[in-house]
Design a protein. Sequence first.
Length: 290
Amino acid sequence: MKKFIILLLLISFCASPQQSENIPITTTTTQFQEVTTTSTSTSSTSTTTSSNTITKSKWEFCNEDIYSEDCGVEYNPTTEFFWGYSKFFIELREKIVVWDKNSRTMLRNSEIAYPEELLPIMSSPVFDIEEFGETYNCYIYPMASMVYYIRNYGYPQPLSSVEDGEKNFINWPEVYWLCIKEEIEFPNEIGGGFKEFNNGDFYLGQGPPVLRGDFGNRDPNPRYASWIMWGPTNPDNEFNNELKPVKEFNITKFYWWFDDGFNLLDLCVNTIFTYEKDYEFVCLDKGLND
């Protein structure tokens, strides 16, 4: 009898395996990574399968390696020595753009008059390009920063200049220039930038002009060498980047130049500034709000 009771006790403590339960799965999606988790279960087993799909944008691929197959653009940089000439345009334009933006803000918010000495700078071309036998004057583009995507050619800044700490223009540089065939008036009555122009006939330039070399048999003056403006061929189509392949536009004439054109030294020496703080910012490198 004792053996029988012990056997019953053992049976009461032993049970058949329970069916496994479904465990809720959490799916997390970030901007560049998508994680998908799938759960399936039967009456006696539970199986969970996970697969990770990492997706990167073209910008990320090009930013990591402009030569990569995933980036998929042709990259033909200028030399580091030639790139040194582009810095003149980077630095001077940066000064003018900040000065202009602050002046338009003061005009719009506080009705402080836009400085008269800045008007001819913003209303005068920096250089000319030629396209289909027509000459386009290229002005500072003073609107909010924007870019058009690379679809075929990378901007020709040498990688070595980026590694040395210079500003990175290689991967979708900002719009710097507006090139049109007509004169412009600037600013408009509320200090908002250009007055309206013929929207159907213009080009946009991204990044500073780039010296390609080809000095020819002239006096080896870089002013007369081969310079290009980099930008989309069809900027008018705002929503379809596939219709905006990039090209290099030939620059035919400069109005800004190191010595005998518009430059920072000429501006500071020969200009009477309306506001002292503008002179200190442009010529003495002081902050506009100091």
